[in-house]
Write a protein that binds this ligand. Sequence first.
Ligand SMILES: NC(=O)c1ccc[n+]([C@@H]2O[C@H](COP(=O)([O-])OP(=O)(O)OC[C@H]3O[C@@H](n4cnc5c(N)ncnc54)[C@H](O)[C@@H]3O)[C@@H](O)[C@H]2O)c1
Length: 436
Amino acid sequence: MKNITVIGTGYVGLVAGTCLADFGHQVRCVDIDQTKIDLLNSGKIPIYEPGLEELIKRNKESKRLSFSTDIEDAVRSSEVVFIGVGTPSDGKGEVDMSYVYSVVETIAKNHNGYTVVVTKSTVPPGTAKLIQEKLASLGCSDKNFDIVSNPEFLREGSAIGDFMIPDRIVIGANSEKAFKVMREVYRPLFLRETPIVETNPETAELIKYASNGFLATKISFINEISLICDKIGADIYTVSKAMGLDGRISSKFLHAGPGYGGSCFPKDTEGLYSIAKKVGVKSLMVKATMETNERQKITMVEKFRKLMKNDINGKRIAILGLTFKPKTDDIRETPALVILRELLNDGADISAFDPEGIPNMKQEYPEIEYSLSIEETLTNADGAILITEWNELRTLNPDQVKGWMKTPVMLDCRNIYNPSKWRNAGFEFDNVGKLK
Ligand SMILES: NC(=O)c1ccc[n+]([C@@H]2O[C@H](COP(=O)([O-])OP(=O)(O)OC[C@H]3O[C@@H](n4cnc5c(N)ncnc54)[C@H](O)[C@@H]3O)[C@@H](O)[C@H]2O)c1
């Protein structure tokens, strides 16, 4: 059993801390956000993640998991300190590392004996070295610290399963002592024979960016193919299926849609591009992936304008789904943000449905009408766009939807509806390159 502190109780820190407690460790999750910590201490959770609330409850009751804003005290009493704070884009294409370095200062001032500092946050290659240098500049002895890169690959919506049964664990360190500590941290997964990649910190840090860059590229690639399908009458669903049956390609991340979003792919592709540039490599692949993604979002808007015969001003438009994918409340970089912006610029009057994303989207677009009812959102609408494939939206009946709407117009950005069924019901209908 290890005494562990996890700094940052966001989508990653909260899941990692809770799962590590479930492995049997003594875990303190700390955050500077008092509201989040108060909420967690009152038995509620600040994010939507299936299964997380119950797992937190169980580990709190077993006294293995606690929440606090006292970061200094937590650091003092821990042998392993995970950094799980945000590393957003700084708006100029670089990774904003200010949250990570502010945490490093706190660790420097408060550590007590040998401490393993683990970056769980996605950080540019070279960060472990820079953290080591920063600690040294703050008067800390090398002997007291090991810096480990342990990137996280969980997906929001299935985060607990991904953390507990990962495809692999990546551990980047420069000392056997640190590897030994990390093997103890992940002991239950070692026992289950989870593949472990032990390497140096630079390699571990790059693995995360390379993985996200590659997955984003797969999505952008299939999105581009969907545009060709649209032009030549080919079916993207069959193209994806047949491509995915090739074991060298695999069917994952090969679904055409409105473009990738979320807190990782957009910022990590941007980060990878700037990392490459810094070392003198012009990343043609990553640049194309990012540009294709931006084009895909705008293509969705253009498709909808066409369906609406460019008559959107003053029209009531129903938006079905706001989050960047189902089973999360995360709206960061969701394609919905671009689609809403464009439609509002066109003068649309928007009504939006989402089971979990409304509170977050309200902060971005307070002027929009929101509802937890699909029927209410579609009632009297002149057109509708399906953006997020929540389960409850998969089974919509076109005849019933037509009865609710003023004009039957539907753009299916996730290819979940059968085009002929909707067209036969009288809809002006389009999707992302799917024929049947
Ligand atoms: N969200 C994902 O699916 C995912 C998956 C893999 C990796 N990651 C990476 O994990 C990291 C965290 O992502 P996230 O989505 O959990 O972010 P988040 O924004 O949800 O959470 C970050 C948390 O850190 C806290 N914080 C900021 N500064 C702090 C400080 N000085 N001390 C204590 N707490 C502080 C914030 O209050 C917030 O609660 C990022 O680097 C991200 O790229 C995210």
